[in-house]
Design a protein around this ligand. Structure first.
Ligand code: ADP
Length: 545
């Protein structure tokens, strides 16, 4: 139970972790518009031919993760931003199929550029033109031009007039960001620190780890809305504006005039607005939910452990008390059961010692009684010994292969003398079709069957009859002991195998242990024991072993 609980908690934790990781991962994006509207008038025949030839293949798109609002992955893992809106438009007008290239869960811009130069990515929706990139990319017209600002910590930055003015200061920029070349061109002394993305760069400045970063105004505005730029202010402006283009690798150069026609046809304001239906970066929210979940789970685990420990203590205490009470009542029972025969023995012995028994014949009678009572005492002590072993769970079976028919026969022969004084007929009906062999503890099983046969004798009137039979049922043997004695009353039947239970018909010397011991021994052999009885007509006890 405890183990299961721990496993469940661990699985839950894993699911939560996986969910959090999963939501961060970009989804597969296939852009294929439902409303394809190929405009024959915009495109030339050659362009339409190229479009038709390339319609059924995926064009891999490299998407920057957090260049908001130009290009980013939104909170649901979908690629978004102005560049993506243009891609959607191209797909709508041409029927071309675009697919987001996904190499790792969170790709850096640097990795995207590398994948493009290595021909895994075919098109970049938002990219600035640099000398180096011209080696492997063809650029469209630019579709947005953005002012670039220098950002510094709000506490201690003077206004600067361009990068050249900033002397010996450190700049933090996303890896692969084109502005690195620009910074170094204008200020070769600048120290450049490259980080994974814009958000990280802003955090560096916010925490005063570096002096400056450079960012386009729309991008800065978006991050400001999210609260990432709390401690940051604009301290200067770059002379050059950042022009954003679409770019394809050389093999797709025919796509450039097509893209240019789409760019020409767009309504810039509409596009900007669409791109700015911005996701709130709910990463912090996710983190918070995650932490709350973890804390709740930890609290639950702690409560559970406290509760189980407490419960265990209560149960242990109760068990100890029960055991004590049980032992005391057992001792009382045992002392009482022993006292009766001992008193009788002492009485007879005293009479002989005192010389009250005169004739030899009486003396012999007294001694015989003493002997019988001592024998009975001996049997009682045996029962108590077995009982204590059973109570402690220490009854060990020593099994051996036994021929059941011969075994039952020997028990009947050994007990026959008990039936003689009342002239009770003991008969055997053995299933002798096959030899029945079973692995049993000979001594203990003897005791169990003997108890039942002796009971049958005890509770059968003079001249009655008892039939003991065996029958093979599948791979088990059923032993029945049937008497036509006084029978058992209905209300006694359900309790008859209980420890110390005596029926309403119980004889004077009855102590209620025989059937309990027999039942325990049979159960230890993985067997079954039950009875059928009709009051005043007789009883049949069954053992299946
Ligand atoms: P004990 O024989 O010491 O009384 P048992 O556990 O052997 O203890 O039997 C419990 C009770 O079951 C007896 O007191 C008696 O009432 C009833 N009983 C057992 N065997 C028979 C039987 N063959 N016929 C009628 N009653 C029986």
């Amino acid at each position: 139970m405890k183990r299961n609980f721990v496993i469940t908690i661990t699985i839950l934790l894993c699911i939560v972790v996986l969910l959090v990781i999963k939501t961060k991962e970009p989804k597969e994006m296939t852009i294929k518009s439902n409303t394809i509207n190929i405009n024959q008038e915009i495109f030339t025949n050659e362009e339409l031919k190229w479009i038709n030839e390339h319609k059924n293949r995926d064009i891999n798109v490299g998407v920057a993760q957090d260049y908001i609002p130009i290009e980013y992955i939104d909170k649901d893992g979908n690629p978004s931003g102005m560049g993506i809106e243009i891609i959607k438009l191209i797909s709508e007008l041409t029927g071309l199929r675009f697919k987001m290239y996904k190499n790792s869960a969170k790709e850096t811009w640097d990795e995207i550029l590398r994948s493009t130069s290595e021909k895994r990515i075919d098109i970049l929706p938002a990219v600035a033109q640099t000398k180096n990139r011209l080696k492997y990319l063809e650029f469209s017209e630019h579709y947005i031009e953005m002012t670039q600002v220098i950002l510094g910590h709000k506490d201690n930055q003077k206004l600067v007039n361009g990068i050249a003015e900033v002397n010996k200061k450190s700049f933090v920029v996303p890896r692969g960001y084109w502005v690195i070349d620009g910074i170094l061109k204008e200020n070769p002394n600048a120290e450049i620190i490259q980080v994974e993305n814009m958000e990280e760069a802003l955090k560096y400045v916010s925490n005063k780890k570096t002096d400056y970063t450079i960012c386009e105004t729309p991008v800065f505005t978006c991050y400001r809305e999210e609260g990432t730029t709390k401690n940051i202010k604009i301290v200067g402006e770059l002379k050059e504006k950042n022009k954003i283009h679409m770019a394809v690798r050389k093999e797709y150069s025919e796509l450039i005039p097509i893209i240019n026609k789409v760019i020409e046809s767009i309504n810039y304001n509409e596009l900007y607005e669409k791109a700015l239906i911005m996701p709130k970066n709910n990463l912090n929210e996710k983190k918070l939910i995650f932490i709350i979940l973890i804390l709740t789970l930890i609290v639950l685990i702690l409560i559970y452990y406290r509760y189980t420990t407490f419960r265990k203590l209560v149960i242990a205490k109760k068990e100890a008390e029960d055991a004590n009470r049980h032992k005391t009542s057992l001792m009382t029972n045992i002392s009482h059961d022993l006292r009766t025969p001992i008193t009788v023995i002492m009485g007879y012995a005293q009479a002989i010692i005192d010389g009250n028994v005169k004739s030899e014949e009486d003396k012999e009678k007294y001694i015989r009684r003493i002997y019988e009572k001592t024998k009975y005492l001996n049997e009682l002590v045996d029962d108590f010994f077995l009982l204590s072993r059973l109570e402690d769970g220490k009854l060990i079976l020593v099994k051996e292969e036994v021929n059941i028919n011969n075994f039952v026969k020997s028990i009947v022969e050994d007990t026959a003398f008990k039936a003689e004084p009342q002239n009770i007929e003991l008969s055997l009906k053995l299933d002798e079709k096959v030899e029945i062999y079973k692995k049993v503890d000979r001594i203990k099983l003897y005791r169990a069957i003997e108890n039942i046969i002796i009971n049958a004798v005890k509770y059968t009137e003079e001249n009655g009859s008892i039939e003991i039979s065996t029958v093979l049922e599948d791979d088990k043997v059923k032993i029945s002991i049937k008497d036509n004695g006084i029978g058992i009353q209905k209300e006694d039947i359900t309790h008859i195998f209980d420890r110390y239970y005596k029926g309403k018909n119980a004889r004077k010397e009855s102590i209620g242990l025989g059937l309990y011991i027999a039942k325990e021994i049979i159960h230890k052999h993985n067997g079954e024991i039950w009875l059928e009885s009709e009051y005043k007509k007789g009883s049949t006890f069954y053992i299946l072993i």
